[in-house]
Design a protein around this ligand. Structure first.
Ligand SMILES: NC(=O)C1=CN([C@@H]2O[C@H](COP(=O)(O)OP(=O)(O)OC[C@H]3O[C@@H](n4cnc5c(N)ncnc54)[C@H](OP(=O)(O)O)[C@@H]3O)[C@@H](O)[C@H]2O)C=CC1
Ligand SMILES: O=C(CO)COP(=O)(O)O
Length: 322
């Protein structure tokens, strides 16, 4: 299968399309905006979302979804909170294809991860999730990256692993999509927490504490929704947590950092952790789970408490075993 389409022409979708095309696939990148698709076709780059990363010859951009959906493998790279509506609206075009969700987050309306959202809508579709530590610019630059590709079905994951591995993206397979989708979603909330801490000058020791205790929250929640906690120690979990919590290339980290310094944030930037933190709070309440870091971050994001009040709250919790 040499044809792949990427639906959603943001930074990540564009980077994946470039890497796949560079590795010999014929790739179609679909943008919802006709102007954006036309501009990409003529400039041979995505000036709006991933500037300076040239398109290989076998990559074409279009705003014609019917044409894009002719490929047997479709990568869905729209932001998490758009995924359910996008898939529902275009179900007839995508339901018999191999679908790979490439977004990271929990849907606010259903409290479900990307793979579960697709499965709920299309129970018979072949669905998988791609997640792990990878900045779009690194992928587009051809720097080496390792990601996890997960599906419930072994044949589906084996086929997609071989089709989507590129010269520079090494894919590990997993049969625990719930662990993979929750690992990718939850790390963004902890990255906002780390950004807040660094922006507010709380120091690197505080960041390490947030990463470690945040990881513990991630594992607890993932286990309760049916994931194997060991999956969270992999690329889509620990791996992505390390990347996102320690790099100012991360939009989630930078969002927290800006709030920590008191700067204003750009509402047009995709910061998946903000909505995901709210969805995690619904889940934590439903499952009666203690998630102190996520709770505190949600209260800060909602403007209910200040960062110094958050520090006081976290430090004054009853002492416990690690
Ligand atoms: N950037 C990165 O380094 C990485 C991102 N990801 C994940 O990939 C997902 C997408 O992020 P990213 O590409 O960075 O986001 P961007 O902010 O770069 O782009 C979002 C894209 O989604 C499009 N879009 C938004 N809503 C819809 C919709 N309803 N239908 C169709 N297209 C839509 C936007 O179109 P328009 O331009 O018309 O607004 C835009 O092209 C996120 O879940 C993110 O966590 C994962 C790994 C790395
Ligand atoms: O998921 C990512 C890296 O793996 C990208 O992180 P941001 O969305 O925070 O930029």
């Amino acid at each position: 299968m040499d044809q792949i389409s990427v639906l959603g022409a943001g930074a990540f979708g564009t980077a994946l399309a470039i890497s796949l095309a560079r590795s010999g696939k014929t790739v179609t990148l679909w943008a919802r905006s006709e102007d954006a698709a036309r501009s990409m076709q003529s400039a041979r780059e995505n000036i709006g979302r991933l500037p300076g990363k040239p398109f290989p010859a076998s990559l074409s951009a279009t705003s014609d979804l019917t044409q894009a959906c002719k490929a047997p493998i479709l990568l869905l790279a729209v932001p998490m909170q758009q995924l359910a509506d996008f898939a529902a609206l275009n179900k007839s075009l995508i339901q018999y294809k191999s679908l790979v969700a490439c977004c990271k987050g929990i849907d606010l309306k259903s409290d479900r991860g990307p793979l579960a959202v697709l499965e709920d809508l299309m129970p018979d579709a072949r669905v998988a999730i791609l997640s792990g530590p990878s900045f779009a610019v690194d992928i587009a630059d051809g720097l080496p990256t390792a990601l996890t590709l997960a599906a419930r079905d072994k044949d589906v994951v084996d086929m997609l692993q071989s089709e989507l591995t590129t010269d520079t993206i090494r894919l590990y397979s997993s049969l625990d999509p719930v662990g993979v989708e929750f690992g990718g979603a939850l790390k963004n909330v902890i990255a906002i927490a780390c950004g807040l801490a660094m922006g507010a000058g709380l120091g690197e020791s505080a960041r390490a504490a947030l990463m470690t205790r945040g990881f513990s929250e991630m594992q607890r929640l993932a286990a309760r929704v049916g994931a194997d906690p060991a999956t969270l120690s992999g690329l889509s979990g620990f791996g992505d947590l390390v990347l996102t919590c320690t790099s100012d290339k991360s939009r989630n980290f930078s969002h927290g950092f800006k709030l920590g310094t008191g700067a204003t944030v750009d509402p047009n930037v995709t910061v998946e952790g903000v909505a995901t933190a709210k969805a995690v709070m619904h889940l934590a309440r439903t499952l009666d789970l203690d998630m102190p870091i996520t709770t505190t971050i949600t209260q800060i994001l909602d403007g209910h408490i200040s960062i110094s009040e958050a520090v006081e709250l976290l430090l004054s919790r009853p002492l416990k075993r690690e």
